[in-house]
Design a protein around this ligand. Structure first.
Ligand SMILES: NC(=O)C1=CN([C@@H]2O[C@H](COP(=O)(O)OP(=O)(O)OC[C@H]3O[C@@H](n4cnc5c(N)ncnc54)[C@H](OP(=O)(O)O)[C@@H]3O)[C@@H](O)[C@H]2O)C=CC1
Ligand SMILES: CCCCCCCCCCCCCCCC(=O)OCC(=O)COP(=O)(O)O
Length: 311
């Protein structure tokens, strides 16, 4: 009898897994929203994931507005994109650029006006720009915690809130944010970064519910490690640059591959996408289903990785 019951449960689990797989395949096969001529704003378009997003959305025929702090680097990306589109079958457009610092929220309203002037409206806003952090909380200035929050949280939400009224007025638009798996679980020596990404996740989850009635979807994308300059550009507890290309970053996923997944998520109007390998995915389940074990693993990781100065 027990064997029969056991077999029944096994078959049910197998059938559910099969149905889930089928559902995922069908979702992937949906035609999705066309991006030809769509106005797509990408923050952090000068490097890493933002630059690769620029590449794939440009190739899909989008009219891009690339944002960053360095006009010269943005211009270089624009030149690369323009050179790459010679002979393209699709109609492509030379991107616009808008230069501003997300950490200086006072300038964001002016930047939003400039962005709107490029094509008169925005179809997709991709909040991608961000910085990371390496440090022990005990040795970290509070100003560093604030600075990371300004760039990763207050900047993106200020830009979103500045562009949102025009989307609501048109009853059209799409808000995307690049968070991180660290927006769903916190790992040691990343306090500022993980806190900013947790805040990001919460804000955009609230926003999704609030603006669904206007037909404006919100997509939160949470990648694992990507091969970019994120760790090189990270700040440390005293505000200085970390300047190391970590092994985890160097061996991360190809940013072009991640950018293609972002494009897919925009086309499918996905709500929440985790782009991580088996270990971080398992860690996410543990954080929810067996938090005590997850916290134990994180403490042991903290002990192994670093020691506070006074030990
Ligand atoms: N790499 C990874 O392992 C992962 C990255 N992510 C997320 O992906 C996003 C992109 O990072 P990634 O491409 O990896 O890193 P990069 O360091 O390569 O790119 C970061 C981008 O953000 C821009 N930026 C940084 N600070 C500011 C600021 N104050 N104002 C305006 N723009 C700014 C930079 O532009 P400029 O310096 O020219 O102004 C740059 O284009 C980030 O949100 C990051 O958290 C998520 C998970 C994993
Ligand atoms: C019973 C066995 C359980 C095994 C569980 C293993 C738990 C292992 C923990 C794995 C932690 C993964 C952390 C992933 C972090 C990550 O991908 O972050 C992405 C980023 O945003 C990178 O930013 P960073 O500045 O940290 O490079």
């Amino acid at each position: 009898m027990e064997r029969i019951m056991g077999g029944g449960v096994f078959q049910m689990v197998l059938a559910s897994a099969g149905l889930l797989l089928l559902y995922r395949i069908l979702v992937r096969l949906r035609p999705g929203t066309a991006l030809q001529d769509a106005v797509v704003v990408i923050t952090g378009g000068s490097s890493g994931l933002g630059k690769e997003c620029a590449r794939v959305f440009h190739a899909a025929g989008a009219r891009l507005v690339l944002c960053g702090r360095d006009a010269g680097r943005l211009q270089q990306v624009i030149q690369e994109l323009t050179d790459s589109s010679t002979g393209s079958q699709r109609q492509t457009y030379t991107p616009c650029s808008v230069t501003f610092d997300l950490a200086d929220t006072d300038t964001v309203d002016r930047a939003a006006e400039e962005i709107l002037k490029c094509y008169g409206h925005v179809d997709v806003l991709i909040n991608n720009a961000g910085i990371s952090y390496r440090g022990n909380i005990l040795d970290t200035n509070l100003s560093v915690q604030r600075d990371v929050m300004e760039t990763n949280y207050f900047g993106p939400i200020a830009l979103t809130q500045a562009l949102l009224p025009s989307m609501v007025q048109r009853r059209s638009g799409h808000i995307v944010v690049i968070s991180s798996v660290q927006g769903k679980m916190a790992i040691p020596y990343r306090s500022a970064y993980a806190a900013s990404k947790h805040a990001t996740q919460a804000y955009f989850d609230c926003l999704r519910a609030e603006i669904e009635r206007y037909g404006i979807p919100v997509t939160v994308i949470s990648p694992g490690y990507i091969r970019t300059s994120l760790s090189l550009n990270a700040v440390t507890g005293d505000g200085s640059k970390y300047g190391v290309l970590d092994k985890t970053t160097a061996s991360g996923r190809d940013p072009l591959d991640v950018a293609r997944a972002v494009l897919r998520a925009v086309r499918q109007r996905s709500k929440d996408v985790v782009l991580a390998g088996p270990l971080p995915s398992l860690a996410l389940y543990l954080r929810t289903l067996w938090p005590a074990l997850f916290f134990k693993l994180m403490s042991s990781r903290a002990r192994k990785e670093q020691k506070p100065k006074d030990e």
